[in-house]
Design a protein. Structure first.
Lengths: 249, 306
């Protein structure tokens, strides 16, 4: 049995929605009850083993992104315990942390620092990253002159350049062209092929996610309703979750 | 959350710890205080640890931010230094010509201009951060929202962004002093202490206002409105050296400006004015406690609020 790298035990997360600023002050500053509580995750349990490729399936606003943010430590759950062992790289937004006035190269260096790469590692990977993003000749231009999808490509190239222990992936594969999206999936597949890297991703494009995932976890109304092989999880989602959500609407 | 000993509800930064001496902690209030202080110190230790561990990254991001702010103009960072220099000359002119030198200070070991510059250098650094610093979480929203980046280091990024200009101003002050015939004195050795105290004060202030700013921007507008009052009530351009007024004694900006003047103008050691130092520490402790309490309420929700 492979070792468990992520263990989520009864993860609960809720947000408060405030209608007015006064409600926000009352709730956060004075600790009084104000605003409407929105329960996003109501007790999530699962274990993910080393090298697994897991797709999180769910209706929009079912809490997939919240779960991903909790897994990478960007936000903390209200209750429950989470054990994550290994170095995590989280792709929650390709252009995360990019500064528009800085050049592509400066942004690359800043991102490398955030990813805890050494200067040598950053210099070593520079050509490969800009080559994959097809930005070799534009690396000194300010980021604001890049088209959005070109900046996204650069972000994707940086995140997928080095092998993490766990890759948390919550982004679309729409990166400008079909050809580039195919290349991106291929790169991600290659990154996780040796079984050392664990992949946890939200299923936004079934076609691409199907090429990567082997296990599916279906989330509905803040709970795990199905956990099993990817194709079966999709079928469960189509037959039970999606249908019931459409009927409720 | 119930106390582990007396079972009464207590509040603290985190979960309560089991006190070592049970007999002392029978009372719920004492227990609550114990847990509050214990957790406060734990939080403070975490803040210091995170800032030290990420200091290199903080400095890098601050440098990049500073360059970004000034790379639209050809002269770049020159303007960051030009503003306080212009400010200094404007006040010097206004006081010596406009007020006909009536604000002159007695018993100085340096020209009046240096006395004034010592206060202005401190004020420029602090005033920049009084309001601007409060938006630090919003300015780094991309990092704060999407990464597990240690949030306690974000205020330090704001402070360090202005720190480079501050250092340039201090260097300019030292060079100007020497050019004006003021020879380096042993009292100048205190400068690093006052610089450190200034950075600590600014860090705590930025964290406090940044936390409040994530809840409501009205408070920051209030600080913006009264920023001028901070200037006029901190003895930056008039002498409060021998004042017994408690307001000046408990005003940390006043203490820090006077600290620089102790090095350049008055030639006084930090311990000679130990009472004022204790007042300063008290004010810092109160601000830190407020930060800790606010952090408990807001800290972990910052990525959701910015």
């Amino acid at each position: 049995m492979r070792e468990v790298v992520i263990r989520a035990d009864n993860i609960v997360k809720s947000y408060r929605v405030y209608k007015t600023n006064w409600q926000k002050i009352k709730s956060l500053l004075l600790g009084l009850k104000a605003g409407r509580k929105r329960n996003v995750l109501r007790g999530i349990n699962f274990e993910i083993h080393k090298g697994e490729k897991v797709g999180i399936i769910g209706f929009p606003y079912s809490g997939k992104t919240t779960l991903m943010k909790i897994l990478c430590g960007a936000i903390t759950p209200d209750s429950g315990s989470l054990e994550v062992s290994g170095k995590v790289t989280a792709v929650l937004n390709y252009r995360m942390g990019f500064k528009a006035e800085m050049s592509g190269l400066e942004n690359y260096r800043l991102r490398c620092k955030l990813l805890d790469w050494s200067d040598d590692q950053a210099a070593e990977s520079e050509d490969a990253v800009f080559g994959f993003a097809e930005l070799e000749n534009e690396k000194n231009l300010p980021m604001k002159q890049y088209k959005k999808w070109r900046a996204s490509r650069l972000g994707f190239a940086i995140y997928t350049e080095r092998k993490p222990d766990i890759m948390i992936y919550d982004e679309s594969f729409s990166l400008g062209s079909k050809q580039f999206s195919d290349e991106a999936v291929h790169r991600l597949k290659k990154l996780t092929a040796d079984g050392d890297t664990t992949l946890v991703m939200t299923v936004n494009h079934r076609e691409y996610a199907g090429m990567l995932c082997e296990r599916g976890i279906v989330i509905h109304k803040g709970k795990v309703v199905y956990d099993g092989p990817y194709e079966e999880a999709l079928a469960y989602y189509d037959n039970n979750v999606k249908t019931s959500s459409v009927q409720n609407k | 959350m119930p106390c582990v000993n007396c079972g009464k509800a207590v509040s603290g930064i985190d979960a309560p710890l089991k006190p070592e001496n049970d007999s002392v902690f029978q009372d719920g209030v004492i227990c609550a205080c114990y847990n509050l202080f214990n957790n406060m110190f734990k939080w403070l230790a975490q803040v210091i640890k995170e800032n030290i561990a990420n200091f290199t990254l903080t400095v890098s991001i601050a440098r990049i931010d500073l360059e970004r702010q000034h790379n639209a103009s050809d002269l770049g960072i020159f303007w960051a230094v030009a503003k306080p220099v212009f400010y200094l000359f404007m006040f010097y002119f206004a006081i010596t010509v406009g007020f006909r030198g009536t604000a002159k200070v007695e018993d100085l070991h340096c020209p009046y201009f240096i006395w004034l510059a010592a206060g202005i250098v401190q004020w420029q650094f602090i005033s920049d951060l009084l309001v601007w610093g409060s938006g630090c979480f919003q300015r780094q929203a991309n990092i704060v929202r999407y990464t597990g980046f240690p949030l306690t280091t974000v205020p330090l990024i704001a402070v360090m962004t202005r720190f480079y200009v501050y250092l340039a101003m201090i260097a300019a002050l030292i060079i100007t002093s020497v050019c004006a015939g003021v020879m380096p004195s042993i009292y100048w050795l205190q400068l690093p202490i006052y610089i450190l105290l200034t950075v600590i004060f600014c860090y705590i202030w930025v964290m406090l206002t940044a936390l409040i700013n994530t809840i409501s921007s009205d408070f920051i507008e209030f600080i913006r409105v009264i920023r001028t009052a901070f200037f006029w009530l901190s003895g930056i351009i008039y002498n409060v050296h021998n004042s017994n007024n408690l307001f000046f004694a408990f005003n940390p900006i006043c203490y820090l400006a006077e600290g620089f003047r102790n090095c350049f103008a008055y030639h006084i050691w930090i311990w000679e004015r130990g009472r004022l130092f204790i007042y300063f520490v008290i004010v810092m402790a109160v601000l830190t406690a407020l930060c800790g309490l606010l952090w408990k309420r807001v800290g972990r929700r910052i990525p959701e609020l910015v």
